[in-house]
Design a protein around this ligand. Structure first.
Ligand code: AMP
Ligand code: MG
Length: 479
C-alpha cells in the first residue's frame, strides 16, 4: 500500500489524558531521505517503492499526517542513575499511529510537553546509530524496537559539536516503560494505573487477558522476559549504556538506543557511556541493574499485586530465573545440547578466561564455531593465550560428553554466533560519510545488520578484530 492508503489507529489515547499530551511535530528545514528499510516497511504493509515517494519524507518530517492520526507524546517517570525523576516523558518522540500491531514514533520531531530544557531534536549520528543498531539486534534474535526510515536536515543542533537534525521513524509493539507505571503510582493514580496495566496486557500479554490472576502473572512474565532479554545482551556482548527505568521496556524489548556499544575485546567492566563515571551501567553490571530495575517496577505495583508474591518472584530472578536464562544462551553458543551440572563452572571459567586473554568477543565465538580440536586459530586471536589453553581442556572434556556430530555442532554454532555485529567504529565511519552526504555505508551496514550469520566475502574486513585505537569507543549521553 502507499502511504495515503495505510489505516492507522491510536489505541493509547483510550487511556487517561494524564498518560500523554497531544503534540504537533515541528518540521525540520530542507529534509532529505538518508535511508529506508524495506524489511520493516513491509511489516506495516507499506510498499517498498515508497522509498521514492516524496510523501515519505513529509511523513517522517510531520508535514504529512494521516487524517485519522492525532500525534501525541507519552508521559512517564523513571529512575535515572538511581535517582527518581517524577516526570520525564517523550521529550523528542511523537507517536504517529499504530498499524499491524506496530506503534510508530518519529524521534527528533521537536519540542513536546516533556522536553524540559532540551530541544526535542535528535542528531544525524544518534539517529543513524538507533536506525542501524535496532535492526542489527532484531536479526541477532534479540527483541528490539525497529525503524523504517531516517531523514536528515540543515537544522543546526548544539551538541558536543554542531550537529545537524535528523528524524528516525521507529516502531515497536510497545513503547510502555517501567517508568510509565512509576509515574502513575507516584501520584497515587491507582485507577489509571490499573487501566494502563490492562492496556499493556492487551497489547503485549494478550494471553493473560481473561486470567483470574492476570496482574501477578503479568509481573511474572515481565520478569521472565527481562531475564531473557538481558541474558541475550550479555551473550552477544551488547552494552546498553543507560539502563534507567524509563529505558526499560515493559514488553521485554531493547529500547532507546543511546551511547550503546558492542564489546570489542571482552571486558566485564566496560562502560560505554562516558557520562557514567561510576560505571553503574557497565557490561558486567547489566544483570544486577535489571534486577534493581525490576524491583523499582514492583514498588510501583502494590495497588494491583500482592507485595510478597512480587518479592518472591524477584528473589527467583536473582537465584535462578536470570542465571538459568544466561546459562541456556551460553550453552547454545558453546554448541552444547545436553544439560550438565558442570556447565555453570565451564561458562564462569570462560568469562574469566576471556577477560584475561584480551580477545575480541564476537570473533572468539565465531572461531570457536569452527573448532575441531585445533587450538591455533583461537590462540592467534588472544594477546594472552595461556588461560585459553586451560579452558579448552575443560571444553574438550565437556564436548566428549555430547552425542552430536561435530559438523552438526559447527553448523548450529555458526547460526548462533554471528560473523558480523555493528561495532562502534563501524557506525562512526558510516556517520562521518553520511555527514558528507554519502549514505552508501549506511546501506552497507543495514545489509550487514540483516545478515549477521552469513559469510559475506565482500565485507570480510568488518568481521575482523577492531583495530587498536578504535576498540571500545565510548559515547556521551547527549545526542
Ligand atoms: P534517554 O535516557 O536518552 O532515553 O532520555 C532521557 C529523557 O530525556 C527522556 O525523557 C527523553 O525524551 C529526554 N531527552 C533526551 N534528549 C532530548 C532532547 N534533545 N530534547 C528533549 N528531550 C530529550
Ligand atoms: Mg529514554
Amino acid at each position: 500500500m502507499t502511504l495515503n492508503n495505510l489505516n492507522f489507529q491510536t489505541p493509547y489515547l483510550k487511556l487517561d489524558e494524564e498518560c500523554y499530551a497531544f503534540t504537533n511535530p515541528t518540521p525540520l528545514d530542507a529534509p532529505y531521505l538518508i535511508s529506508f528499510n524495506p524489511l520493516t516497511a513491509k511489516l506495516i504493509g507499506l510498499d517498498t517503492q515508497s522509498a521514492t515517494d516524496p510523501l515519505l519524507v513529509s511523513w517522517l518530517n510531520g508535514t504529512f499526517i494521516p487524517k485519522e492520526v492525532r500525534p501525541f507524546s507519552m508521559c512517564y517517570a523513571g529512575h535515572q542513575f538511581g535517582h527518581y525523576a517524577t516526570r520525564l516523558g517523550d521529550g523528542r518522540a511523537i507517536n504517529v499511529g499504530t498499524i499491524n500491531g506496530w506503534n510508530l514514533q518519529t524521534k527528533g520531531s521537536g519540542e513536546t510537553l516533556y522536553s524540559r530544557m532540551a530541544d526535542g531534536r535528535a542528531s544525524i549520528p544518534s539517529s543513524i546509530r538507533e536506525y542501524l543498531m535496532s535492526e542489527a539486534m532484531h536479526h541477532l534474535g534479540i527483541p528490539s524496537t525497529r525503524a523504517i526510515a531516517i531523514i536528515g536536515s540543515e537544522n543546526k543542533l548544539l551538541r558536543n559539536t554542531i550537529e545537524r537534525g535528523a528524524i528516525v521513524m521507529r516502531m515497536s509493539p510497545s513503547w510502555v516503560r517501567f517508568g510509565t507505571f512509576q509515574y502513575l503510582h507516584h501520584f497515587q493514580e491507582y485507577d489509571k494505573l490499573k487501566a494502563l496495566c490492562d492496556y499493556v496486557i492487551l497489547e503485549s500479554y494478550p494471553h493473560l487477558q481473561n486470567d483470574a490472576d492476570k496482574y501477578f502473572k503479568f509481573f511474572a512474565e515481565v520478569v521472565e522476559r527481562t531475564a531473557q532479554l538481558i541474558a541475550r545482551w550479555q551473550s552477544i556482548g551488547f552494552c546498553h549504556g543507560v539502563m534507567n527505568t524509563d529505558n526499560m521496556s515493559i514488553a521485554g524489548l531493547t529500547l532507546d538506543y543511546g551511547p550503546f556499544s558492542m564489546l570489542d575485546d571482552f571486558d566485564f567492566g566496560f562502560v560505554c557511556n562516558k557520562t557514567d563515571k561510576a560505571g553503574r551501567y557497565s557490561y558486567g553490571e547489566q544483570p544486577n541493574i535489571s534486577y534493581w530495575n525490576l524491583t523499582k517496577l514492583s514498588e510501583a505495583l502494590p495497588s494491583l499485586i500482592d507485595k510478597k508474591r512480587m518479592v518472591q518472584k524477584l528473589d527467583d530472578y536473582g537465584e535462578f530465573i536470570y542465571p538459568n536464562a544466561y546459562i541456556e544462551v551460553m550453552r547454545k553458543k558453546l554448541g552444547l545440547t545436553l544439560i550438565k551440572e558442570s556447565d555453570k563452572t565451564l561458562i564462569t571459567n570462560l568469562v574469566g578466561t576471556l577477560q584475561d586473554a584480551y580477545i575480541d568477543y564476537t570473533l572468539f565465538f565465531r572461531t570457536l564455531s569452527h573448532y575441531d580440536g585445533e587450538r591455533m586459530p583461537l590462540f592467534e586471536l588472544a594477546m594472552n593465550p595461556v588461560p585459553l589453553d586451560a579452558w579448552l581442556n575443560l571444553y574438550d572434556t565437556r564436548l566428549s560428553q555430547e552425542t552430536q556430530a561435530l559438523e552438526i555442532r559447527q553448523k548450529n554454532m555458526l547460526q548462533t554466533n554471528p560473523k558480523y555485529v555493528l561495532k562502534n567504529y563501524m557506525l562512526e565511519e558510516a556517520i562521518v560519510l553520511a555527514k558528507s552526504g554519502d549514505f552508501s555505508r549506511v546501506e552497507t551496514l543495514l545489509y550487514i545488520a540483516s545478515h549477521p550469520f552469513d559469510e559475506l566475502p565482500e565485507f570480510e574486513h568488518f568481521s575482523q578484530e577492531t583495530e587498536e585505537g578504535y576498540k571500545n569507543i565510548t559515547l556521551a549521553c547527549s545526542s
